[in-house]
Design a protein around this ligand. Structure first.
Ligand code: NAG
Ligand code: NAG
Ligand code: NAG
Ligand code: NAG
Ligand code: NAG
Length: 373
């Protein structure tokens, strides 16, 4: 090796070291792929053989005409992964699977409803199993097992269970179960799914809680619409709904953190987007928002009467709004949530560690972090 070559080598070593030790944006991500399960928080309606046909049209959030980046997409960027394709959009090649797939459907529930407009989590799980089987056949046992163990599995749903099954005017469940009993059913199901993923060799699992549904434009509209229109107008959020969600999130996070002890080499993270969104709703100016109640895209009071069914209905500047439509936040909110769940700065939304650390952490390291929490 000549002297100049050696210099070059040392120089590049120096810069690599510098980059490794460097600022905020550096990361040690060793994540191979991102597999996503969920509802409209992960998919805007482009995944499903019949999705356009069966969709209840409360919103077509917002695949049509918008460059949509939802929370898992933004986290995928931070992990350095390419765009994660939707399950039904893949072309069947093995290359298309290697960085992950999005099994989410814009309307999805944790429990089986029997309603065809809502995809059950179990259904998405079966599609994920098929995909993992395909990886195993194509790559062989060892390679596929390494891939799966170094992948992130991301689960984000539950709001449709509350909206469609529990809070719905004509729901029979509401009379049958207390809020706590209903939350318990959902949490049991979620825990079973996380265990199933673990048994399928998944080790790094992110579970996202439900956001503050009681502050969403549709909930405000329904509350306004069902009262005498007097002082309901001043409400920022419907507290009864938020309390149900808080109860569910607390129960879920507690059970997930316990699972980390039970499944000793699993790394399960719970991210509380409820707290993140409430921080924004309570301090909108700090984050550049001016409207915390009205949907950017929707008609009627709070934009909560008629959903977003065409892009012409959208407001001129979505970046001023916290809510995009009935129940979904705008991209501005998702960007903040992505930053916070990623790095824990300025808010720790994820427990026991942030996603950035999950991406690079080993099970031993994770356990130390979890136990010192
Ligand atoms: C990257 O990993 C190394 C060794 O595992 C560690 O010392 C370093 O602090 C990590 N850097 C970041 C930014 O996490
Ligand atoms: C399928 O998609 C993968 C990655 O998305 C791409 O590399 C490949 O060329 C595509 N194959 C076909 C036959 O279109
Ligand atoms: C609520 O909205 C429905 C449908 O728009 C309307 O028929 C009903 O009168 C409203 N109820 C109240 C109390 O305003
Ligand atoms: C998120 O973090 C990145 C990198 O630190 C920063 O450039 C960006 O402005 C942040 N986004 C928001 C919405 O604060
Ligand atoms: C936030 C951030 O800097 N993410 C980077 C993590 O590392 C991958 C791979 O080196 C990059 O592509 C990401 O941009």
């Amino acid at each position: 090796m000549t002297m100049s070559n050696l210099n070059l080598l040392l120089l590049s070593f120096f810069f690599i070291t510098l980059a490794r030790c460097g600022g905020e944006t550096q990361n040690n991500s060793s994540v191979s792929a991102l597999f996503i399960l969920g509802d409209s928080s992960v998919n805007c309606g482009n995944n499903g053989l019949f999705s356009n046909f069966l969709h209840d049209r409360s919103s077509i959030y917002p695949c049509v005409g918008f460059e949509t980046r939802l929370l898992p997409d933004l986290l995928g960027d931070k992990l350095g992964l390419p765009m994660i394709p939707p399950f039904y959009g893949q072309n069947g090649s093995i290359e298309g699977l290697l960085s992950g797939l999005n099994f989410g459907s814009s309307q999805a529930t944790i429990i089986n409803t029997g309603n065809l407009a809502f995809q059950a989590l179990n259904h998405q799980l079966r599609q994920l199993y098929e995909t993992l089987q395909m990886l195993q056949m194509q790559l062989g046992q060892t390679k596929s097992s390494n891939l799966v163990q170094s992948s992130l599995f991301y689960i984000s749903l539950g709001k449709d269970d509350y909206i469609q099954l529990f809070l719905h005017k004509f729901s029979s469940l509401r009379h049958k179960y207390s809020g706590g009993a209903f939350a318990h059913i959902l949490v049991q199901q979620m825990i079973r799914v996380v265990k199933d993923l673990y048994n399928a060799n998944a080790r790094k699992i992110i579970v996202i809680g439900i956001g503050p549904l009681g502050c969403a434009p549709r909930a405000l509209w329904e509350s306004y619409n069902s009262t005498a229109h007097t002082n309901a107008d001043d409400r920022h959020c419907v507290q009864e709904i938020n309390e149900l969600i808080l109860q569910y999130n607390a129960m879920l996070s507690e059970h997930l953190l316990e699972l980390n002890y039970e499944l000793f080499d699993a790394q399960i993270v719970f991210c509380d987007v409820y707290q993140g969104m409430l921080q924004i709703i309570n301090n909108p100016k700090r984050y550049g928002f001016s409207d915390v109640r009205r949907a950017c895209c929707g008609l009627g009071r709070y934009g909560g009467m008629v959903g977003c069914v065409s892009k012409e209905m959208a407001c001129d500047d979505p970046s001023l709004h916290v809510w995009w439509d009935f129940y979904n936040p705008t991209q501005g909110v998702n960007s903040l949530l992505a930053n916070w769940t990623w790095s824990g700065q300025p808010s720790h939304l994820c427990q026991p560690i942030d996603i950035k650390h999950l991406a690079s952490s080993s099970a031993e390291h994770f356990n130390r972090a979890a136990r010192s929490d």
